[in-house]
Design a protein around this ligand. Structure first.
Ligand code: SAH
Length: 252
């Protein structure tokens, strides 16, 4: 079953598709010293909660690009709901193929370029930073949401979490990766276990209800397996070993 479709089902009741709380999202905006008319492009923008909340709170202007029609449509609805549809725009597209001046990306560089929880779009952290940099104005900020290992996981954790041993590293190893990519880490906001619980445990009931409502769907067996694996791997490994944060970077 398509991973995107899996997430559209399991995150149907989420606004933020990562372990952040609303408070952490606003804290991050304050840290970034956002001002009215700051222009931001968000790659893999999900349901657009970050751009919409920041437009509402700080008056930014934003473009969000996401592959999922379901999420793009939810983001547009949210923009209307928060009264910021004149400041933010959401387009469906492959964020891994963005270049300045090719629609929907404008040729004018952006003050903030973000990719929160989707660094596979550039084939990993380094590739995604490379993808983001040409879009960034001089002196602007890159925001990257990325997992890290809070402590060395047991070998079986990789398979359970569906990641390779090299995909993520420790917090200081993540710093090394940022530096190797020619960026300077200037701030960060890290998720905590309560946020992880909302993000992950928040999917269990959603999927369980979906299975009640769609028992004969051809997607039901895959969703049942997804729920079983998600619940077990989170309790066995994810909650203890996996951290997540948004890292604020400037060009070094
Ligand atoms: N940044 C959002 C969403 C994170 S979830 C948030 O933090 O709430 C990951 C997102 O990546 C999903 O919305 C998914 O649809 C999107 N996605 C996956 N591959 C993509 C691609 N190649 N281009 C654009 N979006 C992509």
């Amino acid at each position: 079953m398509d991973v995107l479709r899996q997430h559209e089902i399991s995150e149907a009741d989420h606004r933020i598709l990562n372990p952040f709380t609303d408070d952490q999202l606003i804290t991050l905006g304050e840290i970034c010293r956002l001002r009215p008319d700051v222009r931001q492009v968000d790659l893999a923008s999900g349901k657009g909660e970050m751009l919409c909340r920041w437009a509402q709170r700080f008056g930014i202007r934003g473009l969000g690009i996401d592959l999922s029609e379901v999420f793009v449509s939810a983001a547009r609805t949210r923009a209307v709901e928060l009264g910021v549809a004149d400041r933010v725009r959401f387009e469906r597209g492959d964020a891994g193929a963005v270049t300045p001046g090719t629609a929907p990306v404008e040729s004018d560089p952006y003050d903030v370029v973000s990719c929160i929880g989707a660094t596979w779009i550039g084939g990993g952290l380094a590739g995604t930073i490379e993808l983001m940099r040409p879009l960034l104005a001089e002196g602007g900020l890159l925001l990257v949401g990325e997992p890290y290992w809070r402590e060395d996981p047991p070998p079986q954790a990789y398979q359970a979490e569906g990641v390779g041993p090299e995909d993520f590293t420790s917090l200081v190893g993540t710093l090394d990766r940022f530096e190797a990519a020619g960026t300077q880490l200037v701030e960060m906001v890290l998720a905590d276990e309560a946020g992880w619980d909302r993000y992950t445990a928040g999917q269990w009931w959603t999927v369980s209800r979906w299975l009640d409502d769609n028992p004969d769907s051809p997607e039901a067996p895959a969703m049942r397996e997804y729920l079983t694996d998600l619940r077990r791997s989170y309790l066995a490994y994810g909650r203890q070993y996996l951290g997540w944060g948004v890292f604020v970077l400037r060009a070094a």
